[in-house]
Design a protein around this ligand. Structure first.
Ligand SMILES: C[S@@+](CC[C@H](N)C(=O)[O-])C[C@H]1O[C@@H](n2cnc3c(N)ncnc32)[C@H](O)[C@@H]1O
Length: 434
C-alpha cells in the first residue's frame, strides 16, 4: 500500500532543473510559492495558479511547466516524503527540504547532492524508496499506510480503506497517476467518428470511450487549445465522468434544465449540445462569462444569470424539469488532477462544505416542478458530501424519492478512478412527486 503512492518513472524523469534555462529562478519560484502555501493552505489552488501565472513570462513555458510539476509533486507525495525523511519540525527550510526530497525520490539528484544543499539531512532513504517502504510497511497499521501512501488525512484514509478494502492500493495508484485526456464532441458540428477523422488530419490519435457516447480519449497529453478544430468549436475538453453526469437530465421534447452551479459550463454545454434548454446560474460572474464565451464558440444558446448568495433565485417557481446541482465540494475525487485539494480535506472544512451544499439544495428545490428530477452531483468521494446528503434530502423532503444514479448499480452513484479511469464523481437522481 505504501508503495502504491510512489511516482512512476514517467513522472520522475526530467524533474531536475539544474540544466534548465534559469535554474535559480525556478528554484526561487518553487520556494516562494511553497512558503505562501504553508502560510495559507486553505488558498492553495489560488496561490499556486497566481504564483505560476505571475512568473509565467520570466520562467518561459518550459520553466513554468517544470516548476508546476515539482510543486504538485511536493504536495502529491508529501506524506511519503516526510515519512521517509523522518520528522523535522524545526527545519528552517521546510520547502527546500521537501523539494530536494522529491528530486531524490524521483532519482533526479543523488542523496549526496541534496545533502550538499541542506547539510545535516539524510536523504538516502528516499533513494531506496521502494525497498525502504516495503520494509517499513510491515510495522504500521493499514490506515496509516493508506494515509501516507496517498498523502491523505487519516480520517479520509480510514473511510476509503473501509469502502475499498483490498482495492485500496489500486485506488492510491490511480490517485497519483496522470489523468488521460478526454474530449466531448460538439454534436452541432458532427458525430464522434467525424471528429476523430478531423483530429487525425491534425496529427492526433484518439479512441472512442466505452463510458460516454460523445467522448474520445486522446493519445498522450497534447495542448489541445492550439488546434484549429478546438478554436472552431468542434469539441470541448471534459473528463469522461463529467460527461456521464451531464447525461442524467430528464429527456423530453423541450426539456428545461436548470444548472444551479454551472461554473464555466462544462455540464451546461454538454446538456445544451444534446438538446436540453439550459438556464445556467452561478455565484461567480467571471465563470458565467467564460460559459457564454464557450457557448458562443460551440454555437449553442444558454441563458445565464448571476445568483446573489442570499437573494432570490431569478427563475420562476416550477420552471425546471431537471435541476442539476453540481455542488461545490472538497474535490476529493479529482486529487490526481488537483493534488492541492488535499489541503481542504480537514474534517471541519468538509463539515462547512456540507452545510453550504444543503443551503444550495434548499434553494435549488424551490424551482423544481412537481414530477421533475433533481440531479445531485459532486466530484467528491466522501460519504459526508454524497450518500450522507442524499439521506438528508430524503428525510427533509418526503416528496423526493431516489430514481437513478451514476455508474454501475453496485457503486451507489460513485465513479472510482481505479475502476473506470475517470475522475472520481458522485451523482444521484431524485424525483419530486408529481
Ligand atoms: C463543481 S463546480 C461546478 C462545475 C460546473 N458545473 C462544470 O461542469 O463545469 C461548483 C460551482 O458552484 C458554484 N457555487 C458556489 N457556491 C454557490 C452557491 N451558493 N450557489 C450556486 N453556485 C455556487 C461555484 O462558483 C462553482 O462554479
Amino acid at each position: 500500500m505504501l508503495c502504491a503512492g510512489l511516482p512512476s518513472w514517467d513522472e520522475g524523469a526530467g524533474l531536475d532543473f539544474s540544466r534548465a534555462a534559469r535554474p535559480g529562478l525556478i528554484r526561487g519560484v518553487i520556494l516562494e510559492t511553497w512558503a505562501s502555501l504553508e502560510r495559507e493552505p486553505g488558498r492553495a489552488s489560488i496561490l499556486l495558479r497566481s504564483s505560476l501565472r505571475r512568473h509565467s513570462r520570466s520562467l518561459g513555458s518550459k520553466g513554468r511547466k517544470l516548476a508546476s510539476r515539482i510543486l504538485y509533486g511536493m504536495i502529491r507525495h508529501g506524506a511519503v516524503l516526510e515519512f521517509l525523511l523522518g520528522s523535522d519540525e524545526k527545519s528552517v527550510e521546510p520547502g527546500l527540504r521537501r523539494m530536494l526530497a522529491l528530486l531524490v525520490l524521483a532519482r533526479c539528484i543523488s542523496p549526496g547532492s541534496a545533502a550538499a544543499q541542506l547539510p545535516g539531512q539524510d536523504f538516502s532513504p528516499l533513494w531506496r524508496a521502494p525497498d525502504e517502504l516495503a520494509r517499513r510497511a510491515a510495522r504500521i497499521q493499514p490506515v496509516h499506510a493508506m494515509a501516507v501512501g496517498g498523502s491523505l488525512p487519516s480520517w479520509v484514509a480510514r473511510q476509503w480503506l473501509g469502502v475499498l478494502g483490498g482495492e485500496a492500493p489500486r485506488f492510491l495508484a490511480a490517485l497519483v497517476s496522470r489523468p488521460r485526456v478526454a474530449i466531448r464532441v460538439n454534436r452541432n458540428f458532427g458525430d464522434r467518428d467525424c471528429l476523430a477523422r478531423r483530429l487525425s488530419s491534425e496529427g492526433l490519435g484518439t479512441r472512442p470511450s466505452n463510458l460516454s457516447p460523445d467522448c474520445l480519449l486522446v493519445d498522450g497529453h497534447p495542448d489541445l487549445h492550439l488546434l484549429s478544430s478546438f478554436r472552431e468549436g468542434f469539441f470541448e475538453i471534459q473528463d469522461e465522468g463529467s460527461q456521464m453526469v451531464a447525461q442524467l437530465w430528464e429527456r423530453g421534447p423541450g426539456s428545461r434544465v436548470l444548472d444551479f452551479c454551472a461554473g464555466a459550463g462544462g455540464k451546461s454545454l454538454a446538456m445544451a449540445a444534446s438538446g436540453a434548454r439550459v438556464w445556467a446560474l452561478d455565484v461567480r460572474p467571471a465563470a458565467l462569462r467564460t460559459l457564454t464565451r464557450r457557448a458562443h464558440r460551440a454555437r449553442l444558446s444558454i441563458r445565464t444569470d448571476i445568483l446573489s448568495p442570499g437573494g432570490l433565485v431569478p427563475v420562476p417557481p416550477d420552471w425546471a424539469d431537471t435541476v442539476l446541482v453540481d455542488a461545490p465540494c472538497s474535490g476529493s475525487g479529482v486529487l490526481r488532477r488537483h493534488p492541492e485539494y488535499r489541503f481542504a480535506l480537514g474534517r471541519e472544512a468538509v463539515h462547512s462544505m456540507q452545510r453550504r451544499q444543503r443551503e444550495i439544495l434548499r434553494r435549488a428545490l424551490e424551482v423544481l416542478r412537481p414530477g421533475g428530477h433533481l440531479v445531485y452531483a459532486t466530484c467528491s468521494l466522501l460519504r459526508q458530501e454524497n450518500q450522507g446528503q442524499v439521506e438528508w434530502l430524503l428525510a427533509e423532503y418526503p416528496d423526493l424519492s431516489r430514481c437513478g444514479a451514476l455508474g454501475n448499480p453496485g457503486d451507489d452513484g460513485l465513479l472510482w478512478p481505479h475502476r473506470t479511469g475517470t475522475d472520481g464523481f458522485f451523482a444521484v437522481i431524485l424525483r419530486r412527486r408529481g
